[in-house]
Each structure stands twice: as structure tokens, then as C-alpha cells.
Write a protein that binds this ligand. Structure first.
Ligand SMILES: C[S@@+](CC[C@H](N)C(=O)[O-])C[C@H]1O[C@@H](n2cnc3c(N)ncnc32)[C@H](O)[C@@H]1O
Length: 246
């Protein structure tokens, strides 16, 4: 066409080169922003880069948690498993580390809310119809019944049959209500091995109801844990080593 300028080979190569550089620079800027945002929030820089949805545990995050306790003695557990969306991953990871996984739940949903729950989560919410139904869901997900244990009942009754001396290296706690969260934290605290991880869902630092209230009260009096990450309303604590005798 008259007047059309056809770029020569050198110009085309230069344009491609510049767009490749600009793409690399954009990616670098994105990674730097992510790392900075992790460090600003006090999070470890190796936290997975993953899309997160509040109220659920990202499998990449569970993998990351499990990687931190590979050399820590003790089983894995989740208290408040619902349909096992997180537990199926936790059970597989436990098995890879030669550990057992424990699922604690009423399996018939929430108990009555207390005054501290502000009327949230009525009795029966998250009812899946009992522990057998949970096992069916696990087997549909390819998790064999032999690699996990079930502890049905409301917190704290579901803890009574657990053998004394049982230790855990990784526990996810996700029961929403104030009283079972506080009871579970108190029960768990001496049962988490040194360097073991306690992963808490539904932590809103400024809320004064539900699990947030229980977590804040627990941390005011219990100084056995350090905070290692906070993302997606999930607070990750690590048990400190016992103080050496002076
Ligand atoms: C939000 S769901 C857990 C979701 C699950 N962690 C996940 O990632 O898919 C809360 C679970 O806690 C259980 N739960 C709540 N209060 C409980 C209590 N007092 N005792 C036992 N289980 C309880 C419910 O039955 C429900 O399965």
C-alpha cells in the first residue's frame, strides 16, 4: 500500500526484545510486591503463592505447613473437619511422613451457640450425617480408612478417649464457636510437640466474638507459642522449645 512503512528485520527484533524485557520486568515487580507484602505482614518469604478463599484451607498452604514439621515427632490432626476438604490433604501428607491423621468432629454439625457467638452458626449447621458419612467422603476422595482415626463427639467430649501421651506435630483447628475453640486450645497446648504447628482458622484480630475471642484470650495467658504467619484469616503458631534449666 502506498505510504505503509514495513519495519525491517532489525526493528522487529528490537520490538520483540523490548516486549520480552518489559514482561520480565513486570513479573519481577509482581514477585517483589508479593515478597514485600509477606514480609510487611510478618509472613515467611516462602509462603506459597496461591489464590486463597476465606473459610477454606488452601492445599498448598497445608503442604507448606506439613513441610515445616517433617522432623517433628507427633501425628497430624484437624478439629472441625466438616466434609474433609482440608483433612483429605492432611491425611495424605501425614501418611507421607509416616504419621497418622486424626479427625475430631461431632459429624452432626455445630452445637448450640453461646452468648459469645453472637447468635452465629446455629446448632446443626455443617451436619454431614455422622462419622460413617465422613468415611464415605474420604474414600470417594481416595483416602483409605486405615490411615486416619475418627474421634466423634462435641468438643471437649471427643477428646476423652484419646490415649494419654498422644502428641501432635501439626493441628488445624476450625470449629468457629468460642467455647469449643477455647477448650480445644487448652487441650491441645501441652499435646503439641516442640516446633509443632497449630493452625487456627477464623482469626479476625479486631473481633470479640466466636473463635477470634477464644484465640485472643488463649494467647493472653499462654506463652508457649510464637506467631509465624497470618494470612486468609488463618493464624499460624509454632510451639516454642521448653526453656533450658538455668
Ligand atoms: C467450618 S466447618 C470446618 C471446615 C473444615 N475445617 C474445612 O476446611 O473444610 C466447622 C466444623 O466444626 C465442627 N464443630 C463445630 N463445633 C463443634 C463442637 N463443639 N464439637 C465438635 N465439632 C464441632 C462442625 O461439625 C463442622 O464440621
Amino acid at each position: 500500500m502506498p505510504g505503509t512503512v514495513v519495519p525491517d528485520k532489525a526493528s522487529v527484533a528490537s520490538i520483540l526484545h523490548q516486549s520480552a524485557i518489559s514482561m520480565i520486568l513486570k513479573r519481577l515487580a509482581h514477585s517483589t510486591r508479593r515478597l514485600l507484602s509477606n514480609s510487611i505482614h510478618g509472613n515467611p518469604l516462602d509462603l506459597p503463592r496461591v489464590a486463597r478463599q476465606t473459610g477454606t484451607w488452601a492445599h498448598a498452604d497445608i503442604e507448606w505447613l506439613a513441610s515445616k514439621v517433617r522432623t517433628v515427632a507427633g501425628d497430624f490432626a484437624e478439629i472441625g473437619v466438616f466434609r474433609g476438604a482440608a483433612f483429605r490433604k492432611l491425611a495424605r501428607l501425614a501418611s507421607e511422613q509416616g504419621k497418622r491423621a486424626h479427625a475430631f468432629d461431632s459429624f452432626v454439625g455445630m452445637n448450640e451457640p453461646a452468648a459469645e457467638d453472637g447468635g452465629h452458626y446455629p446448632k446443626g449447621k455443617f451436619d454431614i450425617g455422622g462419622p460413617d458419612q465422613f468415611s464415605s467422603l474420604m474414600s470417594e476422595a481416595g483416602v483409605e480408612r486405615s490411615c486416619y482415626e475418627l474421634w466423634p463427639g462435641y468438643v471437649p467430649d471427643c477428646f476423652t478417649a484419646v490415649p494419654p501421651g498422644k502428641q501432635f506435630s501439626l493441628v488445624i483447628l476450625d470449629v468457629d464457636h468460642y467455647h469449643p475453640t477455647l477448650d480445644a486450645l487448652r487441650w491441645l497446648s501441652p499435646r503439641i510437640s516442640p516446633s509443632g504447628i497449630l493452625a487456627l482458622d477464623d482469626f479476625l484480630p479486631h473481633a470479640d466474638i466466636l473463635a477470634s475471642k477464644a484465640i485472643k484470650e488463649f494467647l493472653q495467658t499462654n506463652h508457649d507459642f510464637e506467631r509465624i504467619a497470618f494470612f486468609n484469616q488463618q493464624l499460624i503458631l509454632r510451639k516454642l522449645a521448653p526453656a533450658a534449666d538455668s
